[in-house]
Design a protein around this ligand. Structure first.
Ligand code: PGA
Length: 262
């Protein structure tokens, strides 16, 4: 795993935006895995800028969302499909239909079938080339809460109180935050060819340190990144505050060969 400590969110956005632009130049038909929440916004802002400047095109690319709330109207501004349309698609040149999220409208067995269909769609697209990830203060990735199987696939999950409270800032009240979600599983996420996890702010420091330097455990879903051959963790200074090996990560990145990329 590579850990990169950057000065601030904007520097993280530029670094990861550059990696995505490089990927799309190498492989214009790349499949991106998109995260939501506040964390990926600097990356999306950087990609919008690069697209406007003609430095990158998404014209042949495809993308899959990590997760989605269950029970919100499709046009609710916090529905993740609506979030991605607003924060990324509106500013870059994905063709229509190129970005897909799990269909969370069916209920019962049909919802379970829809989760399987989502797995099939990712597989049929050739798998995800680069998956963006945030991390919850409880260590979740996607909406795989602590205790999620490290082999899990796309399925229905129940949010922890901690996650609902963390996300209440996006809603009018805590009561409005859905309890249920559909999320790619940890096993699904681990099949992406490159994982890029971002974390900003001191409130993420404990979770990201446990994920990177603690034991691999279902109770810290993000620790599953340790099982992946190409995982990059990009953090700002406050989020790096609890690493034991921070100096080593800084030294490694400072002396990284220029040709290597992320
Ligand atoms: P945030 O959420 O980006 O809004 O902090 C991250 C997450 O819960 O995965």
């Amino acid at each position: 795993m590579e850990v990169v400590i950057v000065a601030d969110r904007q520097a993280a956005g530029e670094l990861v935006g550059q990696a995505i632009a490089d990927l799309l130049r190498r492989r214009p038909e790349a499949v991106l895995g998109l995260a939501t929440g506040s964390t990926p916004l600097p990356v999306y802002a950087d990609l919008a800028r690069r697209c406007a400047a003609g430095e990158v095109t998404f014209a042949e690319a495809r993308a899959f969302l990590l997760d989605e709330y269950v029970g919100l109207p499709a046009d609710h501004p916090e529905a993740y499909r609506a979030f991605i349309a607003r924060e990324l698609e509106a500013h870059v040149d994905f063709p229509s239909g190129a970005v897909q999220g799990p269909d969370v409208r069916p209920t019962g067995a049909d919802l379970l079938a829809s989760c399987d269909d989502y797995e099939d769609a990712i597989r049929l697209a050739g798998g995800v080339d680069l998956q963006l990830l945030g991390i919850g203060t409880d260590g979740h990735i996607g909406f795989n809460e602590p205790g999620s199987s490290l082999a899990s696939r796309t399925r229905l999950k129940t949010l922890t109180d901690q996650t609902r409270q963390d996300n209440a800032r996006f809603f009018r009240s805590l009561d409005e935050v859905p309890r249920h979600v559909v999320t790619q599983g940890i096993g699904t996420i681990l099949q992406a060819r490159h994982l890029v996890l971002l974390a900003f702010g001191g409130e993420k420091a404990a979770a990201v340190a446990r994920a990177v330097e603690g034991p691999v455990a279902a109770m810290v879903p993000a620790s599953a990144l340790q099982l992946h051959p190409h995982a990059t963790v990009v953090v700002d200074e406050p989020a790096a505050g609890k690493f034991r090996q921070a100096d080593y990560y800084r030294e490694t990145f400072a002396h990284k060969p220029g040709w290597q990329g992320l």
